[in-house]
Design a protein around this ligand. Structure first.
Ligand SMILES: Cc1ncc(COP(=O)(O)O)c(C=O)c1O
Length: 341
């Protein structure tokens, strides 16, 4: 047996999600999902991701961009050095933070700097494209637009368009020899249904349809339209403080009052309530909470099917518009009730 590798610590980011196995939960930073498993989690490290709308490092985005001095990157280097680069195997990140932060894209340049750090300290860069992969942002992978080459890409969801449970990873050529050598010629990491032919056939069929129907072109066309329509809602509704995202993965940060930057109390379950109203009206969104620090911060993700049409987007936005109006009135009613108690 080869020696147990010394490089064993993965650095992940808070408010990120990579899955529910002990390994992926340990690398991820979803505070609520991790909680019940706390004693079982691996001793991985975490930094904050660049959530520039509310920088966890209290920096101003323009300042970081102009000076090219980023606390969120410096913190990765500090963490690597504290742990010892000889102990760190990988840095893992979602290119656009999905479920935990509500579709937050990185500021331009961030991942280039992360790539440099990983190269400097011989650390693998794992990009989790489970949510973004296979067209959601308008290209097969979001990293294509970010302009970096990861060492490993993980993917799922979009690869089979949800028609069969299928996920996988893409590993850079330069890692293959080492993997084979250190696994006695085999990659010993199988599951009963790994590479299941039915799931793989569904994946291939989905990718054929994406190509035949030029689905990625549709995402490139409809994404900016949806974004523009959601920005209009932000102008109109004081409960929206930010609209962000890429392609057909767009998030809205929800607040009690935009002008005063008043956050919701997590107990109010604002995003869930808003989504409940929308469901009554005929559309389902993806509500989330804890986007700021694992507890505070409410958001709603708008991520329609990749073949959505312009008129369907209009209908989605109409329902969302009405939902925000009802939501706002309910809040006002609750406040009035509280003030008369
Ligand atoms: C970004 C991201 N990574 C990983 C996962 C986990 O995928 P799975 O549930 O297939 O393990 C998810 C699931 O939602 C996800 O959104």
């Amino acid at each position: 047996m080869p020696a147990v590798p010394q490089k064993h610590i993965v650095i992940g980011r808070w408010q990120s999600y990579h899955g529910n196995t002990i390994g992926s939960l340990s690398a991820g930073g979803d505070v609520k999902r991790r909680h019940a498993y706390t004693p079982n989690l691996l001793n991985y490290a975490h930094v904050y991701s660049p959530y520039c709308h509310r920088c966890p490092y209290d920096r101003q985005k323009d300042d970081c961009l102009s000076k090219q001095n980023w606390a969120c990157v410096t913190d990765i280097e500090r963490t690597i050095l504290e742990l010892g680069p000889e102990n760190v195997s990988a840095f893992i990140a979602e290119p656009i933070v999905g479920s935990q932060q509500g579709a937050v894209p990185p500021p331009p340049g961030y991942f280039g700097k992360v790539r440099e750090l990983c190269d400097r300290y011989e650390i693998l860069l794992i990009i989790d494209e489970v949510m973004t992969g296979f067209g959601r942002t308008g290209t097969n992978f979001a990293t294509e637009q970010i302009g970096i080459t990861p060492d490993i890409i993980t993917f799922g969801k979009g690869v089979s368009a949800g028609y069969a449970p299928l996920a996988g990873m893409i590993v850079h050529d330069r890692l293959i020899d080492g993997l084979i050598q250190n696994s006695d010629g085999k990659f010993i990491h199988g599951y009963t249904y790994s590479g299941h032919p039915v799931a793989v056939a569904a994946g291939l069929a989905a990718l054929d349809v994406y190509e035949r129907d030029m689905v990625l072109e549709n995402v490139k066309k409809q994404g900016p339209y949806l974004f523009k329509r959601l920005l209009e809602l932000k102008q109109k509704h004081s409960n929206i403080s930010d609209v962000r995202g890429k392609g057909l993965l767009i998030g809205m940060e929800l607040v009690k009052d935009h002008d005063q930057d008043l956050l919701f109390d997590p107990a109010e379950k604002a995003a869930e309530k808003l989504n409940g109203i929308a469901m009554e009206l005929g559309a389902v969104f993806y509500p989330g909470s804890g986007s700021i620090d694992g507890v505070k911060g409410e958001h709603l993700i708008v991520s329609p099917p990749l073949n959505v049409t312009k008129s369907e987007i209009d209908e989605i936005v109409r329902i969302l518009d009405e939902s925000f109006t009802i939501f706002h009135h309910q809040l006002r009613k609750d406040e009035l009730y509280e003030s008369t108690k």
